[in-house]
Design a protein around this ligand. Structure first.
Ligand SMILES: [Zn+2]
Length: 326
């Protein structure tokens, strides 16, 4: 306790004889939520029944959330009206959404963008949005191209009023081995990238695994690396990364601390992810951060403080022992 105060006092003394711009505290926006090293979105295509019977329980057990891109025309109306035993029902999808999974748009009828005109595609996508909203209660704000077929005009149209669309994906399925999945994770950690998987069948169907255990063991390994890897829905990571890239802010010192003013020009009804701010340096332990009247919750580690803030919420006031001011 004694030593703790001494360190703070020395830091404060140091400040009294330094100019404010020499403040040793460093502020930055975390590349990913919670300042994790890389990110992964697991995405599953076509509304296959095994995504409900096998994948969803596994994700729930691990505390992961994923994205399921579905075609409304192929979803079964209900348990008493199964038209295709390989697909889910709306009630099953709703249950998955309640667990925090993203149920999103893969076209109503899986129409290939290379084979239909824009108006037909627009109608098909809108029909799927409406069906998902009607049955699940959440309007999709992402999109996945059927057969990954894209045209520049199609991508522009599908991206309107959405946080993102899947334009790059890493196939995880029949060719996956424990080794190549591990290599992929290692590459993400090294390059600090956001990886988006694409999976169809699990034990049968298109591109299914040689053994489902390959997927389960991979997910468990990623779980063990959770302090470095943000596993989130496509929606959440697409929104975070876009907000992060477009955020502007300035910092000014004030009595007993400093003020960060964030500015973000995006649709705030669509891009709703809080951003993680990071402050590094000596004297971080007694920090207090407020945004408006709200006192932000801080996560303090040995050398940094993390906090989530609303990028549209205005000034962040940072105060605390060890910070400059006179
Ligand atoms: Zn598909």
């Amino acid at each position: 306790m004694y030593r703790f105060y001494w360190v703070l006092m020395m830091t404060a003394l140091g400040h009294n004889c330094c100019r404010a711009q020499e403040d040793p505290l460093l502020f930055r926006i975390a590349k990913y939520k919670d300042d994790k090293t890389c990110a992964i979105s697991y995405t599953f295509d076509d509304g296959l029944r095994e995504h409900y019977t096998l994948v969803a329980p596994k994700l729930k057990a691990l505390g992961f959330r994923a994205t399921f891109w579905i075609n409304g025309s192929k979803i079964n109306p209900g348990a008493g009206a199964i038209k295709d035993t390989t697909r889910m029902t709306w009630a099953e999808l709703k249950e998955m959404a309640k667990d925090g999974n993203e149920i999103s748009n893969h076209g109503w009828a899986h129409k290939n963008f290379g084979k239909y005109n824009l108006e037909e595609l627009r109608e098909d996508i809108a029909r799927n949005d409406s069906a998902i909203y009607h049955h699940i209660g959440i309007m999709p704000s992402t999109f996945c191209y059927p057969n990954n077929a894209k045209t520049p005009e199609g991508v522009r149209m599908a991206s309107e009023h959405r946080v993102g669309t899947r334009t790059v994906q890493h196939s995880v399925g029949s060719k996956s081995t424990p080794q190549n999945l591990q290599q992929w994770v290692d590459t993400l950690l090294r390059s600090r990238e956001w990886g988006v998987t694409m999976t169809h069948g699990i034990t049968y169907g298109y591109d299914h695994f040689r053994a489902a255990a390959i997927l389960w063991e991979h997910l468990e390994r990623v779980k063990a690396l959770e302090d470095q890897i943000w596993v989130g829905t496509f929606h959440d990571i697409a929104a975070y990364t876009k907000e992060r890239d477009l955020l502007q802010y300035d910092i000014r010192t004030k009595r007993g601390g400093f003020v960060i003013t964030p500015r973000l020009e995006l649709d705030e009804k669509l891009f709703t992810e809080p951003l993680t701010g990071v402050i590094e340096g000596k004297g971080i332990r007694n920090l207090k951060i407020r945004q408006g009247k709200k006192k932000l919750k801080l996560r303090v580690t040995a050398d940094k403080v993390l906090f989530d803030f609303n990028p549209y919420g205005g000034e962040l006031s940072v105060t605390g022992a060890g910070l400059g001011g006179r």
